[in-house]
Design a protein around this ligand. Structure first.
Ligand SMILES: Nc1ncnc2c1ncn2[C@@H]1O[C@H](COP(=O)(O)OP(=O)(O)O)[C@@H](O)[C@H]1O
Ligand SMILES: [Mg+2]
Length: 303
């Protein structure tokens, strides 16, 4: 396999007394979508700024396509969509993308295909000031995609978007990764990432506390499954007594079930026969896993 496009090795960065990043190591390969999750202040933007070469790490190393951040090779390889990107209100979408294309020495003929790709062809001649938040983010993505970057950095690209705009945005990101770019995108809003990334890296106050696929994190964190059992209309009390768990919505019982106990719990549920009308098993959500890793890191720090 070829070397990862982005290689971050034991990187630390301190501002005055704040340790913004503490021994962070993370790789992203071509075609891979990695989510960098963390609360505000966790160090996500700082990591992006280091990758871009805007600031230097105190220690550790970063390589982009095998080169140092800020070198010509690295700058040509990486593209960036900053958090809350702003564009001049009285330039059109086409003018803005043309401007960025020129900065990156990308031929003008690529501007319209880029606008097309992000679904802004029809709005290309409107002032960016009239764009919705979702359209502005897609314009930002068009700008970032100019020149076919090998590494795409998206800093909280979907924060403040409605669910539909978010889905549109992610399907664009999927296409970009499928075409071979490495994508690192940050978010503090967890639910919006589910199933959209190949790997999840969790930053907590500067430390990487997890770095694996969602499935691996689910298994490793041992956060229990949630089983919802819907009882026959007159049986919810009995179902609750026999299975334990908590009553919800008047008609259902919710059980938290460690993964290894899944089959025995299901057997207990089916033994209730007609008292049960339906059931549903849900995997732990990303939020629950995030909470698990966040609090675990906190406990380890205190102990
Ligand atoms: N230029 C700076 N000077 C001082 N402190 C900074 C600077 N940049 C970031 N920080 C601090 O570093 C920490 C991480 O910030 P940041 O990387 O912006 O987090 P995130 O993007 O995850 O919200 C925060 O405590 C922030 O206040
Ligand atoms: Mg940030």
């Amino acid at each position: 396999m070829s070397a990862p496009v982005l290689q971050i090795d034991q990187v630390s960065k301190t501002f005055q007394s704040i340790r913004a990043l503490d021994g962070v190591s993370l790789n992203v390969a071509a075609g891979e979508r990695v989510a960098l999750l963390g609360h505000n202040g966790a160090g996500k933007t700082t990591l992006f700024r280091l990758i871009l070469g805007f600031t230097k790490p105190d220690c550790g190393s970063i390589r982009i396509a095998g080169e140092d951040p800020g070198t010509d090779v690295a700058r040509n390889a990486v593209s960036y969509l900053p958090e809350s990107v702003m564009f001049p209100k009285t330039l059109t979408g086409r003018e803005i993308v043309t401007f960025y294309a020129r900065l990156k020495s990308v031929p003008k003929t690529e501007v319209d295909p880029l606008l097309e790709r992000v679904g802004l062809a029809d709005a290309a001649d409107r002032y960016a000031g009239t764009y919705s938040k979702g359209m502005r983010q897609r314009l930002g993505l068009a700008q970032a995609l100019a020149g076919r970057p090998r590494l795409l950095l998206l800093d909280e690209p979907t924060s403040g978007l409605d669910p539909l705009s978010r889905q549109d945005f992610y399907s664009l990101v999927d296409d970009v990764a499928a075409a071979g770019s490495a994508v690192l995108l940050s978010s503090h809003s967890l639910s919006e990432l589910e199933a959209k990334t190949d790997r999840v890296a969790i930053l907590r106050t500067g430390q990487l506390v997890a770095n694996a696929s969602l499935e691996q994190l689910q298994a490793e964190s041992a956060v229990p499954l949630r089983i919802r059992v819907r009882a026959r209309h007159d049986s919810v009390v009995e179902v609750n007594e026999r299975l334990g768990g908590a009553r919800i919505n008047g008609q259902s019982v919710e059980l938290l079930c460690p993964v290894p106990d899944k089959m025995s719990r299901l057997a207990a549920i089916s033994a209730l026969g007609p008292l049960v009308t339906d059931f549903d098993v849900s995997q732990p959500s990303l939020d629950e896993i995030y909470r698990h890793y966040s609090t675990r890191a906190e406990k380890e720090r205190k102990s």
